[in-house]
Design a protein around this ligand. Structure first.
Ligand code: COI
Length: 342
């Protein structure tokens, strides 16, 4: 593996695109996947009738790779993202990428770009964005006959400026994210497209993130636009919504396990909106946001104050430190979540 590239300001990296050496690309034609190609240019040429452009036949993933204290480069749980993309591909009538092919592709593309994995101690990581899209022309509504699977990578810093710094959130009752039997539980771009309008409204009014309630009754908490939801109850439980229209987050899955390992009770169940005010702490959880505390939530003219904006709840801090410790190799990886790139 290469040492970090000189001349990059690692400490001030944000969450955005930057050029690296290459991405990895496969095509699916006549019922099978091609061999991988490493492509230098970040642009992609496709048919004007590609099904991803017209009918949204596409899905993606978000994964992180870390440079650990001992110098090793590891990818965090790519097998879980592979399984989730497999389910998403089936739901959107695309050829699933076999789990081994997906994991090998993650390792290969990180290896080819290893000098862009941020140095240990800077708080940065390499973000992997696997993408599966219908690239064959399809004018009647039907699945395409050709597909492209790619993984782009880039070094990133915190999604919300300030790392573990608490943020405020908003609930809008005018816009929903996912229908009860829709596609909220798989990672399609359409779920994010559905949130963009509300997201822009929220951002311009000073809320970095919006929280969605269940689309049918607006009585239960679902998830944030970019990530899952969890609350810490007065009795110290880690409470996270159980809903068919929430994306099963790999970060949340990992934090639930870490919580259990630490002896914290995990409750995965419907979470009524009215319960929010009783939580001692609330957090957004995802690959990009890691654990981001949320100190207040606004709905219409009411503001629910949850916690002190300048203080991180000790349970959240412990969960954050433990997950990051496993990722950066300072805490033993007892569940074998880190896949080394050799
Ligand atoms: C991730 O957390 O990796 C995601 O894909 C969410 C995205 C909104 C940044």
């Amino acid at each position: 593996m290469k040492a970090p590239k000189k001349g990059i300001k690692w400490e001030t990296l944000g969450f955005g695109f930057s050029d690296v050496n290459c991405h990895i690309r496969f095509t699916w034609k006549n019922g099978k996947w091609s061999k991988p190609r490493f492509v230098k240019e970040p642009e992609i040429t496709m048919h004007i009738g590609a099904s991803c452009l017209h009918y949204g036949q596409e899905c993606f993933e978000g994964i992180k790779a870390f440079r650990q204290k001992n110098g090793k480069i590891v990818i965090f749980r790519p097998d879980e993202n592979a399984k989730r993309m497999y389910r998403t591909a089936e739901r959107t009538c695309m050829p699933p990428v076999p789990v081994d092919m997906f994991v090998d592709a993650c390792k290969a593309v990180v290896k080819r770009n290893s000098e862009f994995v941020p140095p240990y101690g800077t708080g940065g990581s390499m973000y992997l964005r696997p993408l599966l899209i219908g690239t064959g022309p399809q004018i009647g509504v039907a699945p395409a006959a050709e597909y492209t699977f790619m993984i782009m990578v880039m070094p990133v810093g915190a999604y919300y400026k300030g790392g573990l710094k608490p943020v405020r959130a908003v609930i809008f009752d005018d816009w929903d994210r996912a229908a009860p039997n829709g596609m909220g539980d798989v990672k399609v771009g359409g779920n994010y497209a559905a949130s963009l309008y509300a997201h822009e409204k929220a951002k311009h009014a000073g809320w970095p993130v919006e929280l969605y309630l269940d689309a049918k009754t607006h009585k239960y908490v679902e998830e944030f636009a970019t990530s899952n939801f969890a609350g810490i109850s007065k009795s110290g439980s880690y409470v996270t919504p159980d809903s068919k229209s929430v994306l099963p987050s790999v970060t949340n899955m990992s934090i639930k396990q870490v919580a259990e390992d630490l002896g914290i009770k995990v409750e995965c169940r419907p979470v009524p909106f009215t319960e929010i005010r009783r939580f001692e702490a609330v957090a957004a959880l995802g690959t990009a946001v890691v654990i981001t505390p949320v100190y207040e939530i606004t709905r219409a003219d009411k503001v629910i104050k949850i916690s002190d904006p300048d203080v991180v709840h000790p349970v959240l801090q412990k969960l954050y430190d433990t997950v990051q410790g496993i990722q950066y190799g300072t805490i033993k990886d007892t569940h074998n979540w880190c896949f080394e790139v050799k």
